[in-house]
Design a protein around this ligand. Sequence first.
Ligand SMILES: Cc1cc2nc3c(=O)[nH]c(=O)nc-3n(C[C@H](O)[C@H](O)[C@H](O)COP(=O)(O)OP(=O)(O)OC[C@H]3O[C@@H](n4cnc5c(N)ncnc54)[C@H](O)[C@@H]3O)c2cc1C
Ligand SMILES: NC(=O)c1ccc[n+]([C@@H]2O[C@H](COP(=O)([O-])OP(=O)(O)OC[C@H]3O[C@@H](n4cnc5c(N)ncnc54)[C@H](OP(=O)(O)O)[C@@H]3O)[C@@H](O)[C@H]2O)c1
Length: 382
Amino acid sequence: MAAVTAAVSVPTSTSSSSLGRIALERATFPCPDRSASFQKTFFGGRLNNSDAALLFARVRTVPLNYRQSVKAQVTTEAPATTKVVKISKKNEEGVVVNKYKPKTPYIGRVLLNTKITADDAPGETWHMVFSTEGELPYREGQSIGVIPTGIDKNGKPHKLRLYSIASSALGDFGDSKTVSLCVKRLVYTNDQGEVVKGVCSNFLCDLKPGEEVTITGPVGKEMLMPVDPNATIIMLATGTGIAPFRGYLWKMFFEKHPDYKFNGLAWLFLGVPTSSSLIYKEEFEKMKEKSPDKIRVDFAVSREQTNEKGEKMYIQTRMGEYAKELWGLFKKENTYVYMCGLKGMEKGIDDIITSLAAEEGIDWNEYKRQMKKSERWNVEVY
Ligand SMILES: Cc1cc2nc3c(=O)[nH]c(=O)nc-3n(C[C@H](O)[C@H](O)[C@H](O)COP(=O)(O)OP(=O)(O)OC[C@H]3O[C@@H](n4cnc5c(N)ncnc54)[C@H](O)[C@@H]3O)c2cc1C
Ligand SMILES: NC(=O)c1ccc[n+]([C@@H]2O[C@H](COP(=O)([O-])OP(=O)(O)OC[C@H]3O[C@@H](n4cnc5c(N)ncnc54)[C@H](OP(=O)(O)O)[C@@H]3O)[C@@H](O)[C@H]2O)c1
């Protein structure tokens, strides 16, 4: 049994930067069971942003029966003579896939839905928590499908859309009975000048506490986190691509597990358009306060920052500042790289590493292929 403290941030009204957000003091709550008043608060729909924030900040107790079974993958601290068995994430025990399908979905209920970008951010991102009553077991890094209500232009039910799970396996309330998402509301102007709203993202961002949501999955093994507690984990995210990494980081820094104590290095690079869209920033700050030697966080704020050449600060531009160090880490056998978000980011990252590798006579594409094969280079971009 163990306990942990966490905090979450929500934006204040109209702040032009993340400085305007609330950074919560550490708060402690008794363990995971949701009380009647807690449920009433949710289902009565009286949840405001401060309630939401408080509900996130809590102590977690992790009973043994909530544990996921963990197999040794790579143990970096093992003596040289010990044979280390690396288990592919594809064969990892206990990973549930496709428990719920479109014809037999899980009906969850919205417990909380809160906007986590400031009012003046370009676009809205919402953090939402759905009840699962423990019926939707998932691992950090998996995704779920959501089937929005209503019919499409052909009169057929809408197809499901995939969303990366933004919570750890224990969920935001620490009881393994919830799943969280981080969703960007898609709104764009088409060629005819009409404003178009994305079907599922708007459905999700508009959900109110107590409403039902049709869920499939969980799916995906690409983004499962390494089992090795001593690993170096480099996380590269743009925008809502942060979702799976929030799950990893909660497991690493806000939870105590009898069979997992993170003792490696977690290095997060997050690219967003403006500081008002820097989501979950205060959570990362809290992690740095707790474990300064185990976490590094670098932001790339594309519309506010530039590099010394005056170029837009994309995630790969920020990574370029640490190119040598990163390349050094990529060569370590227990370094795992994860990328999530916009498709365009991968090429930018290749560009900064290719020349460094070439200086050592290494073909980066081939090297990356080998990293992928050994599950050290993991990509889920869209
Ligand atoms: C594995 C995976 C994980 C994902 N995880 C997340 C996540 O965690 N959070 C998240 O927010 N999203 C995530 N997505 C994206 C998500 O699945 C949806 O695609 C997204 O929410 C849009 O769906 P929608 O129904 O709102 O839009 P739709 O109604 O499906 O409309 C989308 C369509 O609109 C058109 N379109 C979009 N933008 C423009 C534009 N600027 N100009 C012209 N046409 C345009 C395109 O044809 C596009 O296919 C993920 C996708 C995948 C594959
Ligand atoms: N598992 C998955 O596959 C998964 C999970 C979550 C999200 N996603 C997808 O990830 C995307 C994230 O979008 P978002 O709207 O949430 O993000 P966003 O808030 O708009 O932020 C995206 C950031 O990336 C920058 N950017 C644009 N082009 C880039 C490039 N080529 N290389 C690096 N950075 C670039 C943007 O800069 P500028 O806007 O200033 O140019 C912006 O700073 C969406 O398409 C979403 O569907 C995928």
